[in-house]
Design a protein around this ligand. Sequence first.
Ligand code: FAD
Ligand code: NAD
Length: 468
Amino acid sequence: METKFDIVVIGSGPGGYASAIRCSQLGYKTALVEKYKALGGTCTNVGCIPTKALLDSTEHYHTAETKFATHGILTGKLSLDFKQLIKRKGEVVEQNIAGLNFLMKKNKIEVFEGIGSFLNNSELNVKHNDGNSTKITSTYFIIATGSKPATIPGVEIDKQRIITSTEALSLPEKPKSIVIIGGGVIGVEMASIYARIGVEITIIEYFDSLIPTMDKDLGKELKKIFTKQNIKILLSHKVQSAKNNGKNATVSFLDASNNPQEITADYCLVAVGRKPYTEGLGLENTNIEVDTKGRIVTNEKLQTKAENIYAIGDVVAGAMLAHKAEEEGIFVAETINGQKPHINYKLIPGVVYTWPEVASVGYTEEELKEKGIEYRVGKFPFSASARARAAMEKDGFSKILSDPKYGELLGMHVIGPRAADLIAQGVIGMEYEVTDEDMFRISYAHPTYSETLKEAYMIASGQGAINI
Ligand code: FAD
Ligand code: NAD
């Protein structure tokens, strides 16, 4: 087996595998080291893909339960096969892993299964599951070891009753109730999955809004929608501890007036963020430094303090998103190749796959206020869209923020059907610095959800909407 490479990538998540493929395409002899048998990292195995599989299944169920009769579709008594729901999710994950195995072969990437640990700046020990090790050497390394769930003081994750998103994706049976600590992205996606199939959900969030890092209007609207779905939301509440009682878990917290309270549910899901993962990587044997949050320190080229070693994705600073990790993986491969790639971090879209979906790019209104940047707002509700009415999808809005002088787009924030796909238009518009007027003076197919964007651009530009 070959053990000398041009580039070795450690970690096979969306950052690592995309980077390895680009390195190989650029002519480098490339290896990929992954500690698990299955390639794909968090995203493929316990993140993006399985959550979206469960979100799709449960949304179908919810639609059948709440909307079919209005459409004139009568199904008889609806029931849920929870084990099949989880099984299908597993099959979707398997299909994606098979796709990655194919891509590694196609691109002639040598895959090593085992834990990669630096011996020095140019040698890596790979400890295999059978206890044997292989020493590999390389001119360059790319660290893409991702992240793991974080917790808060007083809450110890035991994976039995006090669980993370990973366990929540494979519960043995449908629970009666779940209390979720954290109303961020994982919290609201998991709340959606389980509330739609009749699980009693309580979200306890420290800040005064759901998805608090996004534009505040989005969190407000999502709260209204979740309340209609019977999800209990406790904002400005601070969790203090969680206890496994054997058959359930009790979470103790301070309410908004600082009164102590507690809730008992079948499970307590901890969704308070993730932390970079560098355990066992042997960083102490290199020049690499980590910051106070445990993230690998890099320069603008994503190069660590050891100049032949780069780091990307969740293990470095920035949004913990699969597409950000992928962009960085390709960026580093091209940088090593002497090219001058570019990532516009302000234009990495954020999407929350609730239904309706939430999607955002550019500045939020709160950021513009804080920075003292003047802006104008164009907001158009889905209830005024003919397409949305036809589909019974009247919740949400498209919101555009633009510069009052030239009309340049500053932010796009959408909560509504297919927001995840609509946001791509905002990314293009902002990357190429077009104006709100440019964006509405093009033709939008009728009837489509995208027309809500056209109307929002018209309002932002000051020219007024047609349909409101
Ligand atoms: P990871 O995907 O975490 O991969 C790192 C890999 O490195 C792992 O396979 C790990 O086993 C391996 N590794 C670690 N240490 C070593 C070592 N020493 N030797 C060998 N291998 C090692 N993002 C989105 O953009 N969209 C979504 O819809 C989305 N949904 C999510 C849902 C959930 C429930 C979660 C938890 C996350 C979600 N994310 C989503 C975030 C996304 O999964 C991460 O941002 C992304 O996976 C980061 O990619 P990465 O390549 O940096 O690391
Ligand atoms: P997050 O940072 O999105 O949300 C964590 C939430 O927990 C925050 O709202 C925070 O205020 C709250 N919190 C913290 N301490 C608390 C306390 N003591 N009591 C109550 N609430 C508390 O993190 P997450 O939801 O765990 O997700 C982790 C990462 O995974 C995120 O960075 C996200 O980007 C990524 N992810 C992305 C997607 C997607 O792109 N659709 C989906 C899931 C996860």
